[in-house]
Design a protein around this ligand. Structure first.
Ligand SMILES: O=C(O)C(=O)C[C@]1(C(=O)O)C=C[C@@H](O)C=C1
Ligand SMILES: [Mn+2]
Length: 588
């Protein structure tokens, strides 16, 4: 084939694709005409424009995209929706002639889409009058003063490239459809707020109605943990934040449906308490938090997995899909959330029962990564006395290294719940970004609210941790610092994912040293471990060598410490806590 033949073939392919896209655009326009009718009489007093819905449409598609860049999706759908809207009702953007500038005009066109007709009114009062009486949006460089021009409200902000507000969009939009509060500030948080932010690492469920049904069923259940228990954990963590206690957090990388049993919950709880006993010898009280009762979902660096010529979605944890490499098993199934919920409930009931039987033991709280936001939203509850929301799915939840983007859905969700929040901090986190995340997740700077969990690897903790600790300390943050010495220390030995105990110990010791040098309390440790005698990590006095890895490698995801290895780390942590106390005494 000549080069020009090749070009014609490829262009024919693009023509065929464009025909399909056009047919779909036609269908989309037709479907939205029906929506306009369904909006019915409310449309007389309200604009047909639904800014929040538009943001959700874009965010959902961005979350599903493979190759398509997020900005491209935003630009294409903004224009599509601008046209659908104009099809429903011709909607003008009215600006003030006195505020006329090319920059403002360009920003407004970019923000709303080129399909909007622009109009200029004489003065501010006239702009607002038209927004009140006509199918029009007012765009003004000053937001509304309190009580000015009711029933109009600010519903969106037009920003410059630097993120600064350049103008405010004002119109007849219901508060629940607005992207800002009535004054142009942040909108009131709701459990669904995350939906207008791009969500990374979330499953793409092929069956939307099955998902909706599962969400409804979960929303009708009592919360797995109560608001008062959240408060108790926050008080315990406040002691950690003040340097008077230590957080011990640990459990499976991923819980599995098949492994669940009362004996397993018991073994894991025994191990956590045993470690706590050892750590307490260092001289600090211990707060016990299990990675359990909801730790069923995993972020993955690869969306797809290939085997023998077959490419299928990656396994994302039992709450999402199955491990078996078949198309059936790898398809995300929302009903799995119900099983995850049932097992979480059983685990929490068992932990509570153990405590009733042994009242002398300290409480064991439960934690998991808040990854599956449909599940988290459905289990979010509101305390009627304080009006505060909390995640009813577990006492503490964390935001992972792969989902901690400042404007992402996971941070948006976590920002509004009252639970203690963990934030994984890896080598790619810049100090300025950390400060903005702290501001977002802990604006009131409450001791016990936020736990920063460093995870760098033995070779990188030295360069990465100090700048982050220093930035947080200088900003006066009360956030707790803890170390996860597992996730930065993955290594591959003869095709098996493992971790060396020696690396884990080096990163742990470095954490204490750096904290001491920065004048920060080394507040906790976060481990992946099992109460069962697994052979997944190398080394330790139990002497697990490379040949042992295949013996009892049971993890569904990352390699865990076995009880002997975990207790060895606890002993080391107790010694490091003791040493920190001595250093402080010497300095005093
Ligand atoms: O969902 C709606 O309410 C629509 O009218 C459809 C649509 C769209 O094209 O997706 C169009 C205009 C609205 O601003 C929001 C979304
Ligand atoms: Mn893990």
């Amino acid at each position: 084939m000549t080069a020009s033949d090749m070009l014609s073939t490829l262009r024919a392919e693009l023509d065929a694709i464009d025909d399909e896209i056009l047919a779909l655009i036609e269908r989309r326009l037709a479907a939205s005409a029906a929506i306009a009718e369904a909006k019915g009489s409310a449309g007389d007093s309200l604009l047909k424009l639904r800014p929040r819905r538009q943001a959700e449409v874009v965010a959902r598609l961005q979350s599903r995209a493979g190759r398509a860049p997020a900005v491209a999706i935003a630009a294409i759908w903004r224009e599509l929706m601008a046209h659908t809207l104009q099809g429903q009702a011709r909607t003008e953007i009215v600006l003030c002639a006195a505020e006329r500038s090319e920059l403002l005009e360009a920003r407004v066109r970019l923000h709303f889409g080129a399909a909007f007709p622009l109009a200029w009114a004489e003065d501010r009062a006239e702009v607002l009058r038209r927004a009140r009486d006509e199918e029009a949006i007012a765009v003004l460089v000053e937001p509304l003063a309190a009580g000015e021009a009711a029933p109009l409200t600010v519903f969106d902000v037009v920003r410059g490239t630097d993120g600064e507000a350049v103008a405010y969009a004002i119109g007849r939009v219901a508060p629940e459809d607005a992207l800002t509060g009535p004054d142009g500030g942040a909108p009131e948080w709701t459990p669904a707020s995350w939906r207008s932010h791009p969500a990374q690492q979330m499953p793409v469920y092929p069956d939307a109605s099955a998902l909706a049904s599962v969400e409804e069923q979960l929303a009708a259940t009592p919360p797995l943990v109560g608001f008062a228990q959240i408060g108790a954990l926050r008080s315990a963590l406040a002691e950690v934040a003040r340097g008077r206690a230590f957080l011990l957090q640990g459990g499976d990388c991923a819980e599995s449906f098949a492994e669940f049993s009362a004996e397993k919950v018991r073994r894991d709880e025994r191990l956590l308490l045993g470690m706590g006993n050892i750590i307490a010898d260092g001289g600090l009280g211990v707060v016990h938090v299990a990675r359990a009762a909801g730790q069923f979902a995993k972020p993955r660096s690869q969306r797809w997995e290939s085997e023998a010529g077959l490419t299928l979605p990656s396994y994302r944890g039992d709450a999402v899909n199955g491990r078996a490499f078949t198309s059936f098993s790898r398809t995300p199934e929302p009903e799995r959330l119900l099983e995850a919920h049932r097992q979480s409930q059983a685990t929490l009931a068992l932990l509570a029962a153990f405590r009733l039987a042994e009242r002398s033991q300290p409480p064991v709280y439960a934690s998991h990564e808040a990854l599956l936001l449909h599940y988290e939203q459905a289990l979010t509850r509101r305390d009627p006395e304080t009006g505060r929301h909390w995640a009813g799915s577990g006492h503490m939840v964390w935001v992972g290294e792969r989902t901690r983007s400042l404007d992402g859905a996971h941070v948006a969700y976590a920002s509004g719940i009252a639970n203690p929040i963990g934030l994984k901090c890896g080598p790619s986190l810049a100090p300025e970004t950390l400060l903005r995340l702290i501001e977002r997740l802990d604006p009131a700077n409450e001791p016990g609210r936020l736990v920063l969990i460093g995870r760098f690897g033995a070779d990188r903790v030295g360069e990465s941790l100090a700048p982050l600790m220093r930035a947080a300390r200088r900003a006066g943050s009360n956030a707790i610092w803890a170390i996860d010495p597992m996730h930065g220390n993955g290594t591959n030995v003869a095709g098996v994912k493992t971790r060396r105990l020696s690396d884990i110990l080096v990163e742990t010791a470095a954490f204490f040293d750096i904290a001491a040098a920065e004048g920060v309390h080394a507040g906790g440790i976060h481990l992946e471990m099992s109460g069962s005698d697994v052979t997944e990590c190398l080394g330790g006095r139990c002497g697990i060598g490379e040949a042992d890895l295949s013996r009892r490698y049971l993890s569904h995801c990352d390699p865990r410490l076995n009880p002997a290895q975990a207790l060895e780390i606890a002993t080391k942590v107790a010694a490091l806590i003791g040493k920190s106390a001595e250093r402080r005494a010497d300095a005093a």
